[in-house]
Design a protein around this ligand. Structure first.
Ligand code: GLV
Ligand code: MN
Ligand code: MN
Length: 416
């Protein structure tokens, strides 16, 4: 049995839930600051848990704090179809990055309940811990542990800028669960997300069927020079780590420009020490983010960085150290899952196109262990990782309706 095209979820209920979640961890400019493992993250998780339980789901938390809310299927021996994303945000994050995918999953369960529809496979709505990676690098940490890329204990030992351990903070907010990580077999995983880029809006298209995700390499660079007086140290005697950071920052931009149209690169984190107006920085730490859909080009960008940053440091008399702090290779999503998304968009009468994800997503890890694909909807001006991030209720509903049909078809509708 298939779902008929007239079955849609409740756009107002989805929109109201997005607005209610956005009240937790407000930012300073209309968005959100609900960084992972903070009190605001805990409050967001608590609200999600209450909503899931009210919808009749059972919530389990694993040792990485990832929350799995399960709606039973008719055959409980079958693996679940998983749907979801993340509730944590950047320090100056938007209201929809990640949240739409989690609450779109919740809304589809609420709709199934309203319609009295049962599925053969269980459906699980997931909230992955620390997708953003801004407080604890790397991003998509819990899904990476789930996929076997990192060990749980390695993740627990990550520290934030204040030196607080991931494992301790997870315990502090009460979300260190007991289920061993990665023990859940999955039938499939579907993630709904805003595009975070300008293509869909510019082309007036409702739905992106995500067929690929570009790869990423994060490299932390530490430059060591010598602290000295800004006024009295003659120019030839300076070992200025801040100058090295500035030159490398510009070079990162240049390297990305060598690989148009897909090469991108930036230094988003940059600190000089001791950060005093009249001390030449003796140390600088910067983190470089390069992305490209082609692995060989991605690696060429990183190789160029090593070579050219080393030369810059040598010219300035600085020591330089490189540390890889995040990496995933370009991914190809499952053709059948992408096909289910495309078919749902067709059935519901939405315009759609295939698209490559520019951002990283938990789906990029889960695709390594289960059939996975993503649905994207437009966002205004392609703007994201900005408190002004915006979408319309109609875009959210279209994305969530496609998710609903793709997930339920994959889970199998049971007659009667
Ligand atoms: C996650 O938001 C990323 O793409 O860095
Ligand atoms: Mn996201
Ligand atoms: Mn994000």
């Amino acid at each position: 049995m298939t779902l008929t095209a007239n079955l849609r979820l409740d756009p107002d209920r989805l929109w109201d839930s997005l607005a209610e979640m956005a009240r937790i961890g407000p930012g300073v400019a209309g968005g959100n600051n609900r960084q992972t493992l903070t009190d605001a993250d805990k409050a967001g998780r608590d609200l999600f848990r209450r909503w899931c339980e009210a919808a009749g789901m059972t919530v389990v938390v694993d040792e990485m704090g990832t929350m799995f809310a399960r709606r039973a299927g008719v055959d409980s021996s079958l693996p679940p179809v998983m749907v979801g994303s993340h509730l944590d945000t950047q320090p100056t994050g938007g209201k929809y990055d990640g949240v739409l995918g989690v609450l779109g999953g919740l809304e589809l369960v609420r709709t199934l309940n309203d319609l009295g529809i049962r599925t053969r496979h269980p459906i699980e709505v997931v909230n992955w811990t620390n997708e953003e990676g801004s407080r604890y690098a790397p991003s998509m940490l819990a899904s990476a542990v789930f996929a076997g890329r990192y060990s749980r204990d390695w993740a627990y030992d990550r520290t934030d800028a204040a030196g607080k351990r991931f494992g301790d903070e997870l315990e502090r907010i009460g979300y260190k669960g007991t289920e061993p990580v990665g023990q859940r077999p999955l039938k499939a995983f579907f993630e709904l997300h805003i595009e975070q880029g300008p293509i869909l809006e510019a082309e007036g298209i409702d739905i992106g069927v995500v067929t690929h995700g570009q790869g990423l390499r994060w490299t932390q660079i530490t430059l060591t020079g010598r602290e000295s007086h800004t006024g009295s140290t003659p120019m030839p005697r300076r070992l200025n780590a801040g100058l090295g950071a500035a030159r490398i920052t510009e070079r990162v931009h240049d390297i990305a420009w060598r690989y148009p149209p897909h090469g991108v690169g930036a230094v988003g984190l940059s600190n000089v020490y001791p950060n005093s107006i009249n001390i030449i920085p003796g140390k600088a730490v910067l983190a470089v983010d390069f992305r490209h859909p082609d692995l060989s080009i991605l690696e060429a960008m990183v190789a160029a960085l090593h070579l050219e940053a080393t030369k810059i440091a040598r010219e300035l008399g600085l020591e330089i150290a490189f540390e890889p702090v995040g990496a995933f290779d370009p991914v190809t999503f499952d053709a059948d899952c992408a096909g289910a998304i495309r078919a749902a968009a067709e059935k519901l009468g939405y315009t759609h196109r295939d698209i490559v994800s520019g951002a990283g997503h938990d789906a990029c890890w889960i695709t390594q262990i289960a059939p996975t694909a993503m649905v994207m909807c437009p966002c205004v001006d392609g703007l994201s990782h900005n408190e002004a991030e915006a979408i319309t209720k109609e875009w959210a509903a279209a994305g969530a309706n496609v998710l609903f049909h793709a997930v339920v078809e994959t889970a199998g509708v049971v007659e009667g």
